[in-house]
Design a protein around this ligand. Structure first.
Ligand SMILES: *[C@@H]1O[C@H](CO)[C@@H](O)[C@H](O)[C@H]1NC(C)=O
Length: 180
């Protein structure tokens, strides 16, 4: 009996927690989301995104540009810092943005954020057949963020990825320095 009650309570807590998170993104605030974010971890089962040792941290600068969103990013692709500037438009839900076809037609979805310390974004690529996605963990500082990393792992597992698909990036500022 007691076990059942506990299970029911835990279930309720999970539902409440999930509900709260949805609410957070309903009120997604672009002004608070703007600014500099460091990419410190990612989760993907894509071949070219698969764990490569020594992959360096990246960064993205988010700026509001009228109704659009300007994203200036730099990330490490196989030991090469790749810098990109993209204009994104708002998608069909709060926290969802679309990049035009000429920049890959990607969709950027803010899955979780507290604005002040971390954000988890899902980058969905619609190339070829079925869409594939990369989950990225961004933080405001380069410090390791245990709690946010755990949340990234949780989101990755929810999306059918495994813990081994999650990789922490190396604190090498070569790429990040190209943004500042
Ligand atoms: C978004 O956040 C800014 C800065 O905190 C605040 O001034 C603004 O009112 C917020 N906008 C909405 C729609 O809540």
């Amino acid at each position: 009996m007691r076990g059942n009650l506990l299970t029911a309570l835990l279930g309720l807590l999970v539902v409440l927690a999930a509900g709260k998170e949805d609410l957070g993104l309903q009120n997604f605030n672009l002004t608070q989301f703007s600014g500099m974010w460091y990419e410190i971890a990612l989760a993907s089962n894509l071949e070219h995104q698969s764990p490569s040792p020594g992959r360096k941290v990246g960064a993205v600068r988010v700026e509001q540009d009228g109704a659009q969103l300007s994203l200036t990013s730099v990330s490490d692709h196989m030991n090469l810092c790749v810098k990109e500037k993209n204009q994104a438009v708002k998608g069909d839900a709060p926290g969802k943005f679309k990049l035009p076809l000429d920049s890959g037609g990607k969709e950027v979805i803010v899955v979780a954020t507290d604005y002040k310390t971390y954000a988890i974004m899902n980058i969905v690529l619609h190339r070829g057949g079925k869409p594939s996605s990369v989950l990225k963990l961004y933080t405001r500082t380069l410090d390791h963020n245990e709690k946010a990393t755990e949340e990234l792992v949780e989101k990755a597992v929810e999306q059918g990825l495994s813990v081994s698909d999650v990789q922490l990036l190396t604190k090498d500022l070569t790429c990040v320095n190209l943004l500042s």
